[in-house]
Design a protein around this ligand. Structure first.
Ligand code: C2E
Ligand code: MG
Ligand code: MG
Ligand code: MG
Length: 284
């Protein structure tokens, strides 16, 4: 993933690198400052309902408007926020901000459903359900206007806490979506036991769907399995019309990717139109 929109590399930010003590302290204080100063911003990427050819919802993706470094992407700073113990506060901000934005769109007459990504650290917080409920109440939203995405590997590795948390969220109408599916090696029975409603096929399978028969076979099997479990299927990382066509043929319910739209600022969402994007209606 791009570490920064347009520009120089942020090599020293790489989470896997050993960061020396001075940098470590600097970044830690930068992140704390960023929370204080509201330097985070949510971008939104549409999810498209394939058959109906219309926007079904949006995924909120956080960005850091760093005062010196410019726009920093989440793959770079989420691991740092996790390491520094700041992810719960940041995650709380994300949930609240997404709800505020949905309410603002409602006030303009547009009913939107937004998905937020959760870190494993948020799942482990016993107060998560309460704080989601509080955010919904604060902005007068229904739980069904919010989806929470967690990765397959987290869902499986933390199955107990995931199940408990999502049973709580389900009670207030919030749906669970399993992100990056196909990379976490879960078994059928593990998947069946999760209170999930949606499954997102990882981009790596979508990428090869036209060129590699085995990738197509995996996607086809995943869609059948998901439907048997009454889950809806979203394909992520759809970049070409060819990929879109194969996915629709295989019965994928929703699609998301640069073919339709890149993540955009909130103020661009109402002006965005599916028909003006590359997403021309499929034949037939
Ligand atoms: P994700 O949830 O799987 O989000 C999809 C990522 O793929 C996003 O990267 C999105 O911009 C990118 N993407 C979407 N369509 C395409 C496409 O067609 N081609 C390609 N090459 N990429 C595409 P982004 O925004 O950099 O986010 C990366 C990851 O950071 C997310 O993966 C998610 O795991 C995490 N993340 C983002 N926002 C949050 C957040 O608020 N909280 C937490 N805990 N994690 C977040
Ligand atoms: Mg996601
Ligand atoms: Mg994903
Ligand atoms: Mg991902």
């Amino acid at each position: 993933a791009a570490k920064r929109t347009g520009g120089s590399s942020l090599a020293f930010f790489e989470p896997h690198m050993a960061i020396d003590t001075a940098d470590h302290l600097q970044l830690q204080s930068d992140l704390r400052q960023a929370l204080e100063d509201n330097q985070f911003e949510l971008y939104y990427q549409p999810k498209i309902h394939g058959r109906r050819h219309r926007m079904s919802g949006l995924e909120a993706l956080v960005r850091w408007n760093h005062p010196r470094l410019g726009i920093v992407g989440p793959d770079t700073f989420i691991p740092l926020a996790e390491r520094f113990g700041l992810i719960v506060r940041l995650g709380h901000w994300v949930i609240n901000e997404a709800c505020r934005q949905v309410a603002a769109w409602s006030a303009e007459g547009r009913h939107m459903r937004v998905a937020v990504n959760l870190s494993v650290h948020q799942l482990r917080e016993t107060s998560l359900v309460d704080s989601v409920e509080e955010a919904l109440r604060r902005y007068g939203l229904l739980g069904s206007q919010l989806i929470c995405e967690i990765t397959e590997s987290v869902a499986i590795q933390e199955r107990e806490v995931t199940t408990r948390t999502f049973e709580g969220l389900a009670r207030i109408g919030v749906h669970l979506s399993i992100d990056d599916f196909g990379t976490g090696y879960s078994s059928l029975s593990q998947l069946r036991d999760l209170p999930a409603r949606q499954l997102k096929i990882d981009r790596s399978f979508v990428k090869d769907i036209e060129s590699k028969e085995d990738a197509r076979a995996v996607v086809e099997a995943v869609i059948k399995l998901a439907h048997a479990l009454r889950l809806t299927v979203v394909a992520e990382g759809v970049e070409t019309q060819g990929q879109r066509d194969v996915l629709l043929r295989l019965g994928c319910d929703e699609l998301q990717g640069f073919f339709y739209a890149r993540p955009m600022r909130a103020n661009a969402v109402l002006g965005w139109s599916l028909d003006e994007s590359a997403g021309l209606a499929p034949a037939s």
